[in-house]
Design a protein around this ligand. Structure first.
Ligand code: GAL
Length: 442
C-alpha cells in the first residue's frame, strides 16, 4: 500500500514537473503571485542562470507609458514579478502622458552594466526618440539618461530592437532599415553599419551557424500581418529579403514579432520567436503572447505549425488541455449575456472562436457564494478566424467554483498612428465552443 502511495506521489510530482514546463500561447499568463504577466513588446536576457523578461507594463485604460516591468524565471514558464524597473518619470521623454515601447536590455560586456533601450514618444506618436537607461544590476532601478545620441544628436525613430553579437558588440535595429553599432560601453552609437531596404517595423535579430536573420512586420499598427525576414552572412549586409516565416495568411500566427531568444537545448540552439497578440485598449489583460520555436536551416526560417501548447524544456509540441469537457457552442453579442459553469477546483479552460466581429468578454471565477476571486478581459477578436484556447484559469484548491463568461458589448478597435485608418473589430461577438475542467496542474 505504502509503495502504491509513494508511486502515486512520485508520478504526480513528475506530472507536475512536466506540466510546469508548458508554454500556452495566446492566453493570459499568471505570475507566481497570481497576477497577469504584463510584459509586452518584450525581450528576454539570460543571466546568472535565470531568464529575465522585460516588457511594457501596459494598462487596460490608456496607451500612456505606465513603466517597464521585469520578471524572472528558471524555466520560461513560471515567472516571478521582480519590479517596475523604469517607472513613469517626473518629466522628459518618459514623463507623464508619453508612450514607452519595445524595451530591450543587454548586458554590456565591457562595463558589466545593464543597458536598456526603448522607443519613447508622445501619445500621438509625433515626438519619437530612442531612449537609453542603465542599471548596475539586472533587476535594479534603471536610470534614464534621455535619448541615445549619434554624432551628438538624438535618433528620432520609433520601432526598435537590439541584437548582441557573439563578439560582444551591441546593435540597435530600427524600423524601415537602419542598423547601428553601439559604442563599447553601449551608451552611445558608434556607426550606422547597414540600411536594410524593404524593412518594416518591430525588428528582431538572431544569428545561427554564422547566418544573421532579421525579422520584421508590416506597418499595420496593433493589427497583425504576415511578418517576413531577411538573411545576411555579415551584419553589414548585403541583406537578402526572404519572405514570410509563417504560412501566408496566418498573420504570423496572429502575432507581431518583438524578439528572438536563442534557446540552448541538447547541444543545439533553437531560436524562440517572441510575438505580441495586441488587444487595444485592454492591453494589460487581454493582449497575449505567442512564443514558438523556429526552424532555421540555411536561408530557410519557418514556424510551420502553430502550437497552442509546447514544452519549453524540450521545445516540443504538447497536446493541448485535456480534461472533462462540456460543449457549449454558445454565441452572443448582447451586452450582459452570460454563460456560467460550475467546477470543483483545479483549472478551467475556455475554448472559443475569434474573428473580425469578435468583442470583449469578461471571464470571472467566483466561489459558490458569489465572492469573485479573479476577473479579466478576454478578446474574441482576430482579423482572421481562429478557434482555440482563449483562457486557462489558475489552479484552485478543491472546492465549489463558478466560471462566468459575460458579453461586454465592447470591442478591440483603434486607429493607426496618423489617425487615418481604423483597425479592429466590427462586432461584439463572444463565441465559446467548450470549457474543459482539469483536476491536476497543467
Ligand atoms: C505598431 C508598433 C507598436 C506600436 C503600435 C501603435 O506598429 O509595432 O510597437 O507602436 O504600432 O500603433
Amino acid at each position: 500500500m505504502v509503495r502504491i502511495i509513494l508511486l502515486w506521489i512520485m508520478s504526480s510530482l513528475l506530472c507536475l514537473a512536466a506540466n510546469a514546463q508548458v508554454i500556452h500561447n495566446g492566453i493570459p499568463w499568471f505570475d507566481e503571485q497570481g497576477n497577469i504577466i504584463n510584459a509586452h513588446g518584450a525581450c528576454i536576457v539570460e543571466d546568472g542562470g535565470r531568464y529575465w523578461l522585460f516588457g511594457e507594463y501596459k494598462s487596460d485604460e490608456s496607451n500612456a507609458f505606465p513603466g517597464f516591468g521585469c520578471y524572472s524565471s528558471a524555466d520560461l514558464v513560471n515567472w516571478r514579478f521582480e519590479r517596475i524597473v523604469l517607472p513613469v518619470q517626473k518629466d522628459g521623454i518618459l514623463g507623464p502622458d508619453r508612450v514607452g515601447e519595445r524595451v530591450k536590455v543587454m548586458k554590456c560586456p565591457k562595463t558589466g552594466e545593464y543597458v536598456m533601450l526603448m522607443h519613447a514618444d508622445d501619445l500621438g506618436y509625433n515626438d519619437p526618440y530612442i531612449g537609453i537607461a542603465t542599471s548596475p544590476t539586472i533587476n535594479g532601478d534603471y536610470t534614464l539618461h534621455g535619448p541615445i545620441l549619434f554624432d551628438g544628436k538624438p535618433l528620432r525613430h520609433w520601432d526598435m530592437g537590439t541584437f548582441q553579437d557573439t563578439d560582444g558588440k551591441g546593435y540597435l535595429l530600427i524600423h524601415h532599415g537602419p542598423i547601428y553599432r553601439l559604442s563599447d560601453d553601449y551608451r552611445s552609437i558608434e556607426a550606422k553599419v547597414a540600411h536594410v531596404e524593404g524593412m518594416g517595423e518591430s525588428p528582431a535579430m538572431f544569428k545561427k551557424n554564422g547566418l544573421y536573420y532579421l525579422l520584421t512586420s508590416n506597418l499595420t499598427s496593433w493589427e497583425r500581418n504576415d511578418n517576413y525576414y531577411f538573411t545576411a552572412s555579415s551584419i553589414e549586409g548585403p541583406w537578402k529579403k526572404q519572405g514570410y516565416f509563417c504560412p501566408e495568411g496566418t498573420l504570423t500566427w496572429n502575432s507581431q514579432s518583438t524578439f528572438v531568444l536563442p534557446l540552448r537545448r541538447d547541444n543545439d540552439t533553437i531560436p524562440m520567436y517572441m510575438g505580441d497578440r495586441w488587444s487595444y485598449p485592454h492591453q494589460a489583460s487581454a493582449a497575449t503572447y505567442v512564443w514558438l520555436p523556429m526552424k532555421a536551416e540555411g536561408e530557410k526560417l519557418a514556424i510551420p505549425e502553430y502550437w497552442d501548447a509546447w514544452n519549453a524544456a524540450k521545445a516540443e509540441k504538447k497536446l493541448s488541455i485535456q480534461g472533462r469537457e462540456q460543449v457549449h457552442n454558445w454565441i452572443s453579442d448582447k451586452k450582459g449575456d452570460c454563460l456560467e459553469r460550475e467546477f470543483d477546483g483545479g483549472r478551467i479552460a475556455v475554448v472559443g472562436k475569434t474573428d473580425g466581429n469578435g468583442g470583449y468578454a469578461t471571464i470571472s471565477i467566483s466561489y459558490a457564494n458569489g465572492k469573485v476571486l479573479d476577473k479579466l478581459f478576454v478578446d474574441f477578436y482576430s482579423k482572421i478566424p481562429d478557434e482555440g484556447l482563449r483562457f486557462v484559469s489558475k489552479n484552485y484548491p478543491k472546492g465549489k467554483y463558478r466560471l462566468r463568461i459575460e458579453v461586454t458589448g465592447t470591442q478591440s478597435a483603434w486607429y493607426n498612428k496618423k489617425k487615418t485608418i481604423r483597425y479592429g473589430s466590427h462586432g461584439y461577438l463572444v463565441n465559446v465552443t467548450k470549457t474543459i475542467e482539469m483536476e491536476a496542474d497543467v
